[in-house]
Every structure is written in structure tokens, then in C-alpha cells.
Design a protein around this ligand. Structure first.
Ligand code: HEC
Ligand code: HEC
Length: 280
């Protein structure tokens, strides 16, 4: 069952994590093997020749090569944890994320571990069976590969900011949606999990308006302006929404703000002119 060759993505994340393991080794240096073991720190404590226990080899590999060393497996695992923004015990049975000596890595009890296997096979299939041969056929010699982070970018579920906010709106309403945005922004701004650029809330507002929830769309626009006050495109959507709601004065003001933010936006001038004509 196991011995498909490790895919490139595996090798790449191995390379990456090798660097991390090297750092861990250096950091762990002052510890004796015994101490490293007692504090439950990483694989590095089990590597040295001075280690009293032989390195335990993996017993339940179904996707990775069955004879892969424990150290190499842990390298891949660090890549998973980082791509999903989780700790080891998200997938492995254990209570204390900081004490891996109590973690049962062999067990398949946690659903996330079983789902992760599905994901590993999916990534393998995409890269080895679809991308590589398909792109070769299309005349490309080289290609990027799909990796866990390609979709997950630091989230255990690969959802966008808009997805999370839409779920929050559906379950708890507009105020909850706005509060969720604030707390996500506070925790994640500058990270790779969510996109806080002006497009996120703008697209969400567009989707909400299309489903007829103008109130929520307006709330999303106001929130966007709180953080991107000079976004001309946000002002356009604001003007359109206000116009739809019959507030022509508000709409005109929004198009004026658009021009203030970006005088080159001739569309905003056209909209202002049209409103002025209608009101004469
Ligand atoms: C996203 C889920 C996920 C995360 C997070 C994760 N693992 Fe794993 N782990 C797996 C899966 C799936 C396997 C089995 C792979 C296979 O079947 O080829 C596995 C297997 C292992 C094994 C081999 C167990 C055995 O004996 O068969 C070890 C050791 C391990 N993981 C350690 C870790 C460590 C240490 C961390 C944290 C740095 C970690 N894992 C984080 C999903 C995960
Ligand atoms: C092509 C995009 C894609 C790639 C690549 C991908 N995933 Fe996923 N993953 C998903 C989607 C979509 C879901 C959500 C499934 C659902 O909840 O219905 C998910 C869910 C998961 C979950 C369950 C999370 C939870 O808490 O419910 C785990 C664990 C997981 N992925 C691990 C991985 C690992 C490990 C890799 C790399 C080997 C990976 N994924 C690569 C798209 C992807």
C-alpha cells in the first residue's frame, strides 16, 4: 500500500523543516539527551548516538513511505502544523500541546488525522497524476506544486475572511459579523490567514447586496471605510447602495468622496452629474 515515492511537496517541506530542525538542534545543544527527553522536546533529543533509547520508528504510516524515519516524518508534520496554523494535538490524541511525550501519534482516533490523510492523497494525486503530466503535455517543463499551504494558508479550514463573516452573519447577525471582523483583524492582521486588504469587505458587500441584504452590505462598507478611508472603490459601492436605497443625497456625497480619494475616477464624476441632472 504505501510505497508510492514521496511527492515533491513532501521533499520540499522536508527541506524547509530540515532548516527548522537544525535550529532546534542548536537550541537543544546545552541539554543532555536525557534532559531533552524529560522535557519532552522534539525529535532532536532522540537523535544523538548518546541517546539511551533507540529512535522509535513510525508504526502506522499509510500515505508516507512506511519506512520513513521518525525524524523525517516529524519534519513533514511541522510543515502540516504550520500550513494549518495548528499544534500537533489538533490531529494527534493528547491533552498538552507542550508535552508531546503524552501524545499518541500512532492512533487514528482524531478525525482531523484521518481527514489529513485524505488531503495528503489528494495533494499527491493533483501533483503527480494531474499537474505534472498535464503541464508536460501542455509544453511546460516545470511547474509549481500544490501544497497544504496553497489552500490552507495558516487556517485549519481553508476559508476566506468573507466566508467566516458570512457564517457569522447567518448565525448571529450584523453586529456579530462586525465584532468578528474586529477580533480577527486584531489577532491576524499582517499574517497570512486572512486578507484584510480593502477588497475583502468590498467583495462581501457585493455578495450581500446581490442577495438583497442591503443593511448588512452597508455595514460591511462602513467597516471597510473605517480601515480604508481613502478607498475610492469602496465609495463607489457605497454610492451605488445608497442610490439603490433612494438616498440620492447620500449617494452624491459618496461619489464626491470617491473623487476626493481619487480625482481620476471619472465614473464618480459621471455619477455625480447624473444625480444632479435627475434632481433638476
Ligand atoms: C493536520 C494533521 C496533523 C498534524 C497537525 C500533525 N500530524 Fe502527525 N500525522 C498526521 C497523519 C495523517 C499521519 C499519518 C501519515 C500517514 O498515514 O502516512 C501522522 C503521523 C505522525 C507520526 C507517525 C506515527 C506512527 O507511528 O505512525 C508522528 C511521529 C507524527 N505524526 C508526529 C507529529 C508531530 C510531532 C506533530 C506536530 C509538529 C504532528 N504530527 C502534527 C497528521 C498530522
Ligand atoms: C485544494 C485545496 C486543499 C489542499 C491543497 C489541502 N486542503 Fe485540507 N482542506 C481543504 C478543504 C476545502 C477543507 C474543508 C473540508 C470541509 O470542512 O468540508 C480542508 C480541511 C482539512 C482538514 C480538516 C480541518 C478541520 O478542522 O475540519 C485537515 C486536517 C486538512 N484539511 C489537512 C490538510 C493537509 C495536511 C494538507 C496537505 C497535505 C491539506 N489539507 C491540503 C482543502 C485543501
Amino acid at each position: 500500500m504505501p510505497s508510492k515515492r514521496p511527492s515533491m511537496s513532501t521533499e520540499r517541506s522536508l527541506l524547509l523543516t530540515l532548516a527548522i530542525v537544525m535550529v532546534a538542534l542548536v537550541v537543544a545543544l546545552p541539554l543532555t539527551a536525557g534532559q531533552a527527553h524529560a522535557t519532552g522536546t522534539s525529535a532532536s533529543g532522540q537523535q544523538g548516538a548518546s541517546s539511551r533509547r533507540p529512535p522509535q520508528s513510525p508504526q502506522n504510516l499509510q500515505v508516507l513511505p512506511a519506512d520513513m524515519s521518525r525524524r523525517a516524518v516529524i519534519g513533514v508534520m511541522r510543515g502540516f502544523a504550520s500550513a494549518l496554523g495548528v499544534r500537533c494535538i489538533h490531529c494527534h490524541v493528547g491533552d498538552d500541546p507542550n508535552d508531546l511525550s503524552t501524545t499518541d501519534f500512532v492512533s487514528d482516533e482524531r478525525e482531523a488525522k484521518r481527514v489529513a490523510r485524505v488531503m495528503m492523497r489528494m495533494v499527491q494525486t493533483v501533483n503527480d497524476d494531474l499537474l505534472a503530466p498535464g503541464l508536460t503535455e501542455a509544453g511546460r517543463a516545470e511547474s509549481l506544486e500544490v501544497r497544504c499551504a496553497t489552500c490552507h494558508h495558516g487556517n485549519s479550514r481553508p476559508v476566506s475572511l468573507g466566508d467566516v463573516l458570512t457564517e457569522e452573519l447567518a448565525s448571529d447577525g450584523i453586529d456579530a459579523m462586525l465584532a468578528r471582523y474586529d477580533s480577527l483583524r486584531e489577532q491576524n492582521y499582517g499574517g497570512w490567514s486572512y486578507d484584510f486588504s480593502e477588497g475583502s469587505l468590498l467583495r462581501l458587500a457585493g455578495r450581500l447586496a446581490a442577495t438583497g441584504n442591503i443593511e448588512a452590505a452597508m455595514a460591511a462598507i462602513d467597516k471597510n471605510l473605517e480601515f480604508h478611508p481613502n478607498s475610492a472603490t469602496t465609495r463607489i459601492t457605497q454610492g451605488q447602495l445608497l442610490g439603490q436605497a433612494g438616498d440620492m443625497e447620500g449617494a452624491r456625497a459618496a461619489f464626491q468622496e470617491c473623487l476626493a480619494a481619487d480625482p481620476e475616477m471619472s465614473f464618480c464624476q459621471q455619477m455625480t452629474d447624473r444625480i444632479d441632472q435627475q434632481q433638476q
